[in-house]
Design a protein around this ligand. Structure first.
Ligand SMILES: *Cc1c(COP(=O)(O)O)cnc(C)c1O
Length: 387
């Protein structure tokens, strides 16, 4: 069977699975061993070497989805991101990062890099020229994230990858928001694709994991660092992640269509002043999104007009859960001004486009009519005059 010819849903369901030779069970067995034979074996297996049977299995599935030669599962998205960054950045090196990146990645950079002697610059925008402008003689890595959090800004992946190639730099992308169903960055010239598997890959709000997908050569270098840092994923979690990814394709297809419908509903709603969703033709980078994504994803943000109290709105929701995380099968909502951007002043938030009435919405796979009914119900109770 030519593995790379398989359709995406077949890869989700089957690729990487461990055949149960002993009992003929239909799913991968879980090998919990933390100690393996070392004599007369091809591979010396150990969980922190990222090479147990279950780590291999889920890694193969993710690699196939990302069109990568190899993928490694990690204990969290941040374990994957930090290990990949440290594999390619040494004392004296410099990295250019997109201005809008995940808060945890931002914290890693600003809290740890300077004392390790690693220099960094953030771009002023998301054009390829914004990345190129910040390149210095000691730059080693370009780092992007698209769609971004929470404003769903789209970066032109191909153009940034070309800038990296032109200057001989490694390009890395945080592909969490899109998932490999909607976006395959390696096909667009990116070297390394990173995931918080806690989000769409896991998809049920019950797994904390991460993943890195790249060429054999780049993974070898990341693996050398990974076994020293030790952020490996337990075999039980590998099994759960493998099981979750079996439905990744159908889940993401439903997230895509639900989010499109909800985005259009909100866009037409009098209580909503702005909707950020790459699938809306009014999104400033809709054309780029269309050219590089297979679907527009389940994440959107919207702003309520001043007549509504966003905090009260969240409290009145009965189906949609106010929640820190995202990308589960259930709809969740979050107020960036009270969470990820709480440390900024209202003015600073306004500057980066995050008003106090902006809500980030992770659209779930429920029946859309129920989601819309919940929004309507909560809006009625969140009119400022009534509060
Ligand atoms: C959640 C998230 C991360 C971090 O992943 P963890 O699994 O929480 O460590 C990184 N990038 C993005 C875009 C995320 O949403």
């Amino acid at each position: 069977m030519a593995k790379n010819k398989l359709g995406v849903h077949t890869i989700c369901t089957h690729t990487g699975e461990i055949k149960d030779e002993q009992f003929g069970g239909a799913v991968s067995p879980i090998y919990m061993a933390s100690s393996y034979a070392y004599m007369d074996v091809d591979v010396k297996r150990y969980p922190r070497y990222f090479n147990t049977p279950n780590q291999d299995a889920v890694g193969k599935k993710i690699a196939a989805l990302e069109h990568a030669e190899v993928a490694l599962p990690f204990a969290s998205g941040m374990a994957a991101i930090s290990t990949a960054l440290f594999a390619f950045l040494n004392h004296g090196d410099h990295i250019v990062l997109q201005n809008e990146i995940y808060g945890g990645t931002f914290n890693l950079i600003v809290e740890e890099f300077e004392k390790m002697g690693i220099e960094y610059s953030f771009t002023d925008g998301v054009e390829a020229s914004d990345f190129e402008n910040k390149i210095k003689s000691n730059t080693k890595v370009l780092y992007l994230e698209t769609p971004s959090n929470p404003l769903l800004t789209i970066t032109d992946i191909k153009k940034v990858a070309l800038v990296a190639k032109k200057h001989g730099l490694i390009s890395m992308i945080d592909n969490t928001f899109a998932s490999p169903i909607n976006q395959r960055p390696l096909d667009l010239g990116i070297d390394i694709s990173l995931h918080s598997a806690t989000k769409y890959l896991g998809g049920h709000s019950d797994i904390c994991a991460g993943a890195v997908a790249a060429s054999e050569e780049h993974i070898e270098r990341i693996w050398q660092k990974a076994k020293n840092i030790g952020g490996s994923l337990s075999d039980f979690m590998c099994y759960l992640l493998e099981r979750s990814i079996k439905t990744l394709g159908v889940r993401v297809d439903k997230h895509n269509s639900n989010a499109q419908e909800i985005a259009e509903f909100l866009d037409a709603h009098a209580a909503v002043s702005k909707v950020y969703y790459p699938g809306l033709t009014s999104h400033p980078q809709h054309a780029i999104a269309k050219s590089q994504m297979h679907g527009f994803g389940g994440m959107l943000s919207f702003e309520l007009t001043n007549e509504y109290d966003a905090v009260q709105f969240q409290k009145e929701l009965q189906l949609i859960k106010p929640s820190m995380s995202l990308a589960g099968v259930e709809s969740t909502i979050l107020l960036p001004s009270a969470t990820s951007h709480a440390l900024l002043t209202a003015e600073q938030r306004a500057e980066v486009g995050i008003s106090d009435n902006l809500l980030r919405f992770s659209v779930g796979i429920e029946s859309t009519q129920d989601i819309m009914n919940d929004v309507e119900h909560a809006l009625k109770k969140a009119l400022v005059t009534l509060v």
